[in-house]
Design a protein around this ligand. Structure first.
Ligand SMILES: NC(=O)c1ccc[n+]([C@@H]2O[C@H](COP(=O)([O-])OP(=O)(O)OC[C@H]3O[C@@H](n4cnc5c(N)ncnc54)[C@H](O)[C@@H]3O)[C@@H](O)[C@H]2O)c1
Length: 257
């Protein structure tokens, strides 16, 4: 399918899910700018996309650094003539092991999480919107998490940052909908991806057991392409009547009205 032909999309944050987002957007015809603090990682993905006949540029983007976000938007406009879509996907996950509870966690870890996940998504939005307006509208997707709407005895900062991303999404959808901008959040469940190979078999087994006990699709865990296929739909004209939503892709782990 070439649902994204002629569109330019900035994917802010590669990694297990973000790399697949970039690949999917490119396969569906979009020109992709893929940014991450791990420049070598996103360069390898952009090279793969180009080898497969797609169009992609890699750049160093740090969610904590406004200048690098502005530069990534400018790069999309310079290389591909504008911007139609933003997918804010990165998350500061190195702090997650110290993200315990409100009494215990260090303020440094809290501030890092909020600076990257919350302020970073805010800044990506602020810099992308003018370029999207210049195209007459477009779409923004925020990668969220079930942590935003579940009881979370630990990971208080992560959960708060993901809830804040959903509030930002509703702000953008309601304020800028009349200018042709749609905004949605995707809340993945447990998504198994290439980075899991770096973890010990015990950690992986525990995560798998926890995930399958919560989900209603028992045959498998989530995969990056589960997130990418919904994202491609939301970025495309097929999603043109969907805005302001949090959509869970989690095998039914959460169900709500
Ligand atoms: N994998 C899951 O099970 C799962 C579940 C729910 C939500 N999510 C969300 O999905 C998104 C992607 O997670 P993932 O599982 O692919 O993790 P990942 O660790 O594979 O990818 C995260 C990426 O963010 C990048 N990053 C970290 N700090 C950054 C910064 N300051 N600026 C720019 N990039 C930065 C990392 O380099 C990495 O490439 C995250 O927002 C995460 O919260 C993942």
């Amino acid at each position: 399918m070439q649902r994204l032909e002629g569109k330019v999309i900035l994917v802010a944050g590669g990694g297990g899910i973000g790399n697949e987002l970039a690949r999917r957007y490119a396969r569906e015809g979009a020109c992709v700018v893929l940014g991450d603090i791990d420049l070598d990682g996103v360069r390898a993905v952009a090279d793969d996309i180009k080898r497969a006949g797609g169009r992609a540029t890699a750049t160093r983007l740090d969610g904590a650094d406004e200048g690098s976000i502005a530069a990534a938007v400018a790069l999309a406009c310079k290389d591909y003539g504008g911007l139609d879509g933003l997918h804010a996907n990165f998350a500061a996950l190195t702090t997650i092991s110290s993200d315990s509870d409100v009494l215990d966690m260090s303020l440094d870890a809290f501030d890092t999480t909020m600076r990257v996940n919350t302020r970073g998504f805010f800044l990506c939005t602020r810099h992308a919107l003018p370029a999207i307006f210049a195209r007459g509208g477009g779409a923004i997707i925020y990668t969220s998490s079930g942590a935003a709407h579940a009881g979370e005895p630990t990971r208080v900062a992560y959960a708060m940052s993901k809830a804040a991303g959903q509030a930002l999404m509703r702000h953008v959808a309601s304020k800028f909908g009349p200018q042709g901008v749609r905004a949605n959040s995707i809340a993945p469940g447990v998504i198994r991806h290439e980075r899991w190979t770096a973890w010990s078999p015990e950690v992986v087994a525990e995560l798998e057991a926890r995930a399958t006990s919560n989900t209603h699709i028992k045959s498998r865990l989530g995969r990056p392409d589960d997130i990418a296929s919904l994202s491609a739909l939301l970025m495309s004209d097929e999603g043109s009547y969907i805005t302001g939503q949090v959509i869970s892709v989690d095998g039914g782990a959460t169900m709500r009205s």
